[in-house]
Design a protein around this ligand. Structure first.
Ligand SMILES: [Cu+2]
Length: 67
């Protein structure tokens, strides 16, 4: 499954790396984060609840919502 998250608060490529790492830490998730658009495209091999994705990004220090 593919999901897109809007991520607020990313300012540089370090933020991108931080968010990518946080999302990829969830089992079954492969994330690609785009700084320009402030979005994360998430590919899930397993069913992953939206809240888990949002929580991972929030815990990394950014704001996210599934769009
Ligand atoms: Cu940054």
């Amino acid at each position: 499954m593919k999901k897109t998250l809007k991520v607020d608060g990313m300012m540089c490529k370090h933020c991108v790396a931080h968010v990518t790492k946080a999302l990829n830490a969830i089992p079954g998730v492969t994330a690609e984060v785009d700084l320009q658009s402030g979005t994360a495209t998430v590919e899930t091999a397993l069913p992953v609840p939206d809240e888990a994705l949002v929580k991972a990004v929030t815990e990394a220090g950014y704001e996210a919502k599934v769009i």
